[in-house]
Design a protein around this ligand. Sequence first.
Ligand SMILES: [Fe+2]
Length: 295
Amino acid sequence: MEVIPLGPGFAAELRGVTLADIAADDASYAAARAAFEEHSVLVFRDQEVTDEGQLAFSRRFGPPEVTKVGSLGTGSHFVILTTIGEDGKVVPPDHRYAMRNKANQLWHTDSSFKRTPALTSILSARIIPERGGETEFVSTRLAFERLDPALRAKLANSFAWHDYAHSRGQIAPGLASPEERAALPPVCWRMVWKNPVNGRNALYLASHAYAVEGMEPAEGKALIDELMAAVTAPGSSYVHAWKSGDVVMWDNRATMHRGRPWPAHEARYMVRTTISATAADGLESMRPPAKQAAE
Ligand SMILES: [Fe+2]
């Protein structure tokens, strides 16, 4: 297996190994897992991907999420990100699928709004537009390490509230349905996620974050906005331009990502599997002290 660095200090392509190798073989998994902990974003090219093959690969990294209500693929282990409607045609720009894609164009980490957040997401390209539709990544680990020590110390003991309805509300009021709001009440996480394998800290932030525990709403929002700007500073991203057969996985503890737009008339069909974080991934240290969580 060869590791080819791709981005500014993070992200790498793995060559000489397939998803099937990693699913089937312990040594291949161990090597890929080590690369995942180190590089945060891994790219696999020229894969022959089936849903079953993607899921078998994904399961190596932990328990797969069950897709939430209101998403295409609900109740299964797959999230379908598509602009193709039931009639086989590309949906109009005001269609719910297209609005979801707009929400994905905000910087975020997947599933921070869930009761159990995600360790990693695995995304495979099935149908891609001619141009555009890239996925752009930043390292919240490298961003954390750029902050001044006093701010780092403060953030390590700060907790932010995350809410799915907040990120969707930035696109259109009511984009999160009453059913989704009921299923996904706001959750609170430490603002720094420590990787238990290498001890490196990363900011834990997303478009879903809207408030900081113990701060006035405006003050907390200003801190979140300031950190989002620092993390996404120009020159700090890796932009993945999709080719057919690409699979990309990322560490939701140490990165943020956003989708990039593409011409609205062009079809795009992507399949995501998402693996929940567990105690071995540092999840327990992310929970707020009990009295804060009780609010
Ligand atoms: Fe995402």
